[in-house]
Design a protein around this ligand. Structure first.
Ligand SMILES: Nc1nc2c(ncn2[C@@H]2O[C@H](COP(=O)(O)OP(=O)(O)OP(=O)(O)O)[C@@H](O)[C@H]2O)c(=O)[nH]1
Ligand SMILES: [Mg+2]
Length: 319
């Protein structure tokens, strides 16, 4: 067997030359975190930091993957290259294995202009928040300047991941209550564009009205009011309208300086996340060490109090 290439410089060169397994390898490295993830990040940052990230989120089964598939087709028809990251915080599998039907990979299997990859947490949801933008940059650096990020938006971290894109598309379905659910999940605040998917079903007007009402009530009036676009992704209908709304949002952000503000905010959040996670990992290692166990034992038997024990650990952390 050929030795697995682990040098990120060589891997990135191979990825840029069209080697798909090199791209997959680089994404696995950022997923695992640690020093190799830092090496990959350093390489991709200069070229890929301004890549276009589009988040798609919404309740399970809303049709995000079908919509993503439709948008990929649309972008490819325009001759542009595009990648997809499917984020599944609830799934224990990784390395692209869970994808299956989630994004209709087989539709684009023979197309070099499309790269689709799924990411899961391996039980550490926080890690995914860090790995997602890094993976998106790998894709951008490998020649996919537009990255669609599909996330099942049920928890706080998922909403965070989706909301960390330049443009966040929130997918809802017709029927009473869907807009209310989206609001409860915190999706209203992160939405830049709403898509009412499954518009072939009854209740489109109701959810439209609910969304408008909720935007009036909950979202502070600003220069951008999220447009509400209808789609029937299962039939491939609405791609142009959805893409137009995404483009319009990007143009608006460029014009107003909002894009630069979001990029700056994201950079700060990423730095913070890396620092906090590194400190946490060091602290956990100290706590799990022999000395840490001995300190805890002394707290338990009453010879010292929790603050005294923590103080010792914190002094070691600073050393
Ligand atoms: N009637 C109708 N069904 C649709 C439409 N778009 C998607 N579906 C169906 O809805 C189901 C869920 O679609 P997915 O694209 O897998 O939904 P998802 O939001 O990605 O699902 P998760 O990733 O599991 O959260 C599938 O059976 C689709 O065929 C549509 O426009 N109309
Ligand atoms: Mg899906």
């Amino acid at each position: 067997m050929v030795r697995r290439e682990t040098d990120p410089v060589k891997l990135l060169a191979a990825a840029q030359a069209g080697d798909r397994s090199a791209i997959a390898r680089l994404i696995s490295m950022v997923e695992r975190g640690g020093v190799p993830a830092g090496d990959v990040s350093r390489l991709t940052w200069p070229a890929a930091r301004l890549a276009s990230l589009i988040g798609l989120t919404g309740a399970p089964g809303a049709g995000k993957s079908t919509l993503t598939n439709m948008l990929v087709r649309h972008v490819r028809d325009k001759g542009e290259r595009v990648a997809v990251l499917a984020i599944d915080p609830s799934s224990p599998f990784t390395n692209g294995a869970i994808l299956g039907d989630r994004v209709r990979m087989q539709d684009h299997a023979t197309d070099d202009g499309v790269f689709i990859r799924s990411m899961a947490t391996r039980g550490q949801v926080g890690g995914l928040a860090l790995a997602t933008p890094e993976a998106a940059r790998v894709l951008a650096a490998a020649g996919y300047p537009t990255v669609l990020i599909e996330t099942v938006g049920v928890g706080q971290v998922e909403v965070e991941i989706a909301g960390a894109a330049d443009t966040t598309v929130v997918v809802v379905n017709p029927g009473w209550g869907d807009a209310v659910q989206a609001n409860k999940a915190g999706l209203l605040e992160v939405a830049d564009v709403f898509v009412i998917n499954k518009a072939d079903r009854p209740g489109v007007a109701e959810v439209h009205r609910d969304l408008e009402a909720m935007l009036d009530m909950h979202v502070a009036p600003g220069p951008w009011r999220p447009p509400i676009v209808e789609a029937i992704a299962a039939r491939g209908e609405g791609a142009a309208a959805v893409w137009e709304a995404i483009d319009a949002h990007r143009a608006h952000m460029v014009e107003t300086g909002e894009l630069a503000r979001r990029q700056a905010k994201r950079a700060a959040a990423e730095v913070r996340e890396i620092v906090v996670r590194t400190i946490e990992a060091k602290a956990v290692a100290l706590l799990n060490s022999e000395k840490g166990a001995a300190l805890t034992a002394r707290v338990t038997d009453g010879s010292i109090d929790p603050h005294a024990a923590a103080g010792t650990i914190l002094r070691d952390l600073e050393a």
